[in-house]
Design a protein around this ligand. Sequence first.
Ligand code: SF4
Length: 306
Amino acid sequence: DMIKFSVNIHRGCFGGCAFCTISAHQGKFIVSRSKESILKEVKALMELPDFKGYLSDLGGPSANMYRMKGRDENICKKCKRPSCIHPKVCPNLNTDHRPLLDIYHAVDTLPGIKKSFIGSGVRYDLLLHQSKDPATNKSTAEYTRELIARHVSGRLKVAPEHTSDRVLSIMRKPSFGQFQEFKKIFDRINREEGLRQQLIPYFISSHPGCKEEDMAELAVITKRLDFHLEQVQDFTPTPMTVATEAWYTGYHPYTLEPVFSAKTPREKLAQRQFFFWYKPEERKNIINELRRIGRIDLIDKLYGKR
Ligand code: SF4
C-alpha cells in the first residue's frame, strides 16, 4: 500500500549528493507534472476499492523540489555545478514552495482525501535557506509548518547522512549544524501544534572519507541528541557517482587528494557497529575498538564512567 497510494509529482534532483545516481538517471533539472495530471492520478487512486482516504506520498526523489528551477535559465544552461544547493544554495535557484503548497491544498480539498502524507525525503537545507525574496521565505516558513502539522504520518524521514562536516562535504551534504537547526524547528512546531511526532534521521557508514573515528563520534553525537538509530546503511558503490570513483581509485576526482575508504568486511563492520552502540550485544566490541583506535574518552561519553 505504501507504493500503491503514492503519487510521483516530479522527476530529477538538483541535490547532487556524491553517492546518489538520481541526477545521472533523471537529471539535475526538475521536470514537474501539471496540477491536472497529478489530480487525475489521485482521483484514479481514490476509485480503487481498498483506498481508505490516505495517500502515503506526494513526492519525488526529494519531497520539496517541485517546480524549482533557476530564475534565469540561460545561466543554468551554461552552469557546470553538480549541485544547486551544495556547498551553498545557488543565488539563481528559485526556492519558492508555493507551487508545492498549491498541490497539497488541491489534493487535500478533494472530497474523500483524509490525509496526504509526505513519504519522500525532505531537503531541510532548502527549508532553512533565506533567499533575497521575502515572499519566497514566507512560502518556505508556511511549507515547513504545514508539512509538520498536516503531512507527517508520525515520523518524518530526513537524511543528514553523517555528523562529521568533513565527511558531509565529501558527500555534498549540508553541515550537521543544519540538521540540528531543523530539529529545533521540528520540535517547536510539534509543541505548538500539540503533536508528538518523531524525526527519523538516515545515516551512512563507510562512505569514502569516513574513518572509524568519525563513526565513533557519530555515535556520541546522536546519543546526545537522544536518537537510537534504525535507518542506516553501509556505503555500496553504485556506478556513475563521484563517491564510487573516490572509493575505487582512492582519490577524490575533483581535488586529486587521497581519500580513505573502508573496504574489507572487517573495516566496514567496525564502522557500522557504531550505529548500534545502544544494543547490549555491541557494547563489548565497541569498547574494544575504541581502545584500539585510542579514543578511550569516547567510551565514557557512550557508556558513562566505568
Ligand atoms: S545556475 Fe544555479 S540554479 Fe542554475 S543549474 Fe547552476 S546551480 Fe542550479
